[in-house]
Design a protein around this ligand. Structure first.
Ligand SMILES: C[S@@+](CC[C@H](N)C(=O)[O-])C[C@H]1O[C@@H](n2cnc3c(N)ncnc32)[C@H](O)[C@@H]1O
Length: 269
């Protein structure tokens, strides 16, 4: 495998976290699907485009783009998620996947017209270096379009059940590291991109069929499992009840929906 510098991320996404995402690929797609159309519109795809999907995970966005472009390459750290992506993509001729660290992966220079990511670019230890590497993979004038988390949205209410968020809310590292437009601009400009835009967007996220289903899914999510790793069974039961109570007001019809917020970012190489 090519060089990895984001070793902690590689461990997480090749361990429990990645396995949970791969096993529950449909459920994670239900969480994030509300953002798909806005990301694909921002990517402004053409039939001749060669597209790079950064942090492609289970490959849903790669798979959605493939019929509309010349070729899609998905890159991800996670073996379990790429296995899922390859299974879904079987028989799709213009869709391939690479396992590697997008921060340092030796992409062929200027090989892509567009780089896209749905929530796969917030985890780089050195974001300027990572985006410079991605820019080098794009032809001059090529486009970047990605989604990053803006804040916890309605999840903040659910995470109150833990007495503290199980997901890092640090503005420096982790999922919220590209939430601030000033930081996004500094990182992308530092990496050599121009014409940076960072729009605030939001969408409904489906976490389960009903409160019990959504509660079990959330209790199995990697950061939650990690936060509760040393908790006693009675503490875990208490948190589960509190999570269910926090989700209850969001249940309606056939689903539990939480409002999610994101930045929709575009830039030019
Ligand atoms: C929140 S998941 C999103 C996955 C997918 N884009 C989706 O929308 O379902 C983040 C993904 O980024 C990948 N990732 C994190 N850091 C990475 C890196 N340095 N290089 C490549 N992939 C990375 C993870 O393995 C994981 O699949």
């Amino acid at each position: 495998m090519p060089k990895i510098v984001n070793t902690h991320q590689a461990e997480a996404w090749n361990g429990y976290e990645g396995e949970h995402w791969a096993e529950n690929h449909d459920r994670y797609d239900a969480v994030n699907a509300g953002f798909n159309d806005m990301l694909l519109a921002a990517a402004d795809l053409s039939p001749d485009d060669r597209v790079l999907d950064v942090g492609c995970g289970n490959g849903r966005i790669s798979w959605l783009m493939a019929p509309h472009v010349a070729h899609v390459t998905g890159i991800d750290l996670s073996g379990p998620m790429l296995a899922r992506a390859r299974t879904t993509a079987m028989g799709v001729p213009n869709l391939t996947f690479e396992q590697g660290d997008a921060q340092v992966f030796p992409f062929p220079p200027h090989a892509f017209d567009v780089a896209v990511s749905r929530f796969g670019v917030m985890f780089f230890a050195d974001p300027v270096a990572a985006f410079a590497n991605i820019r080098g993979a794009l032809r001059p004038g090529g486009r970047l379009a990605f989604l990053s988390m803006r804040d916890l949205g309605d999840l903040a209410e659910v995470f109150a059940a833990f007495g503290g968020s199980p997901v890092s809310t640090s503005a420096e590292t982790g999922p919220l590291s590209l939430s601030d437009p000033a930081v996004i601009d500094r990182v992308l400009t530092g990496a050599g991109f121009t014409d940076v835009t960072a729009e605030a967007v939001e969408a409904d996220q489906v976490w389960g069929r009903d409160v019990a289903d959504a509660t079990e899914f959330l209790m199995g999510w990697g950061p939650v499992r990690f936060a509760l790793r040393d908790a006693s069974p009675s503490t875990v039961d208490g948190v589960r009840d509190a999570v269910a109570a926090a989700l209850a007001p969001h249940a309606g019809g056939d689903a539990v929906r939480l409002r999610g917020t994101a930045r929709l970012v575009t830039a030019r190489a």
